[in-house]
Write a protein that binds this ligand. Structure first.
Ligand SMILES: NC(=O)c1ccc[n+]([C@@H]2O[C@H](COP(=O)([O-])OP(=O)(O)OC[C@H]3O[C@@H](n4cnc5c(N)ncnc54)[C@H](OP(=O)(O)O)[C@@H]3O)[C@@H](O)[C@H]2O)c1
Length: 262
């Protein structure tokens, strides 16, 4: 088993736990007896989910924080320690996107999303990995996307941010290979959450995605927890999404071989 077992002080710190995949991961871990620390901006939603999770009998803490703020991230470790918890599992699920071409995008919004999708992932991994190494136990799950494998028009910084998360996660795993700390990249395809609506996709655009690609947040969370328990490097929920990612990798490989032969 690569997932640290539940313990009285151990907690799974889950960012983006106020909705979607983060909330589903919190439910999946709490139902297995893990203490959880739920992080997001919306305190009311966090408290509602915490109330629900306490029904499983596991310890639950909430921490309201805007992870685009370096100052708020800098306080996170101390805020968690004040609850008496130690981060044994770190899940970076918070993420956001906007849509629009690079030439016409709202630069401030894009930079904010890069701070959340990219910089905060590096920051939190750096902040909590030391303790895991010192305790000889820990697991990190970073949420990338199948968007990490290919360019997608209108989502320039989002696809690039997820490619970064995937590459960073694999490198962190490589660096920790002599330790018992495991590092896993989760690359979902389309998931039934608020994400697309928040990103500004229309119902028509969302409806055009083939139904075979969609997963529920609960399905993705169950598959991800299984991957954490196996200490897997990469987890792509669903066969259709695995095929989609494989096709994108094959195309990149073909482009690389053509570039070399010129
Ligand atoms: N849904 C999909 O189709 C899909 C596919 C592949 C990958 N993903 C990835 O999966 C992850 C979770 O997405 P989701 O589908 O669960 O979306 P979601 O339901 O919109 O959840 C996003 C979470 O991120 C939090 N968040 C956003 N901005 C934040 C900030 N500045 N500070 C702190 N927390 C913030 C939100 O909470 P607050 O608003 O309360 O702060 C919310 O809990 C993301 O990284 C996303 O890129 C999603």
């Amino acid at each position: 088993m690569s997932l640290p077992p539940p313990s009285p002080r151990g907690t799974a710190l889950i960012t983006g736990a106020s909705s979607g995949i983060g909330a589903a991961l919190a439910r999946a871990l709490a139902s297995r007896g893990h203490g959880t620390t739920l992080v997001a901006r919306d305190g009311d939603r966090l408290r509602r989910i915490a109330e629900e999770l306490r029904g499983h009998g596991a310890r639950v803490e909430t921490v309201e924080a805007d992870l685009t703020s370096r100052a708020e991230r800098a306080e996170l470790r101390a805020r968690v320690e004040r609850t008496g918890s130690t981060v044994h599992i770190l899940i970076n699920a918070a993420g956001a996107a906007t849509r629009g071409s690079i030439a016409e995008c709202d630069l401030e919004a894009e930079l904010g999303h890069m701070e959340l999708n990219v910089v905060s992932v590096v920051d939190l991994c750096r902040t909590f990995v030391d303790g895991m190494i010192a305790r000889n136990s820990g697991a990190i799950l970073n949420i990338a996307s199948t968007a990490a494998f290919k360019p997608m028009g209108g989502q320039g910084t989002y696809t690039a941010s997820k490619a970064f998360v995937l590459s960073f996660t694999r490198t962190l795993r490589l660096e920790l290979r002599e330790t018992p700390v495991t590092v896993t990249a989760l690359c979902p395809g389309p998931v039934q959450t608020d994400f697309d609506r928040r990103a500004g996709f229309t119902a028509e655009e969302i409806g055009a995605i083939p139904s075979v690609m969609w997963k529920s947040a609960d399905e993705v969370a169950a598959i991800a927890v299984d991957a954490l328990e196996r200490g897997a490097e990469l987890c792509i929920p669903g066969r259709a999404n695995m095929v989609d990612a494989t096709m994108a990798l094959l195309k990149a490989k073909q482009q690389a071989s053509q570039a070399v032969s010129r």
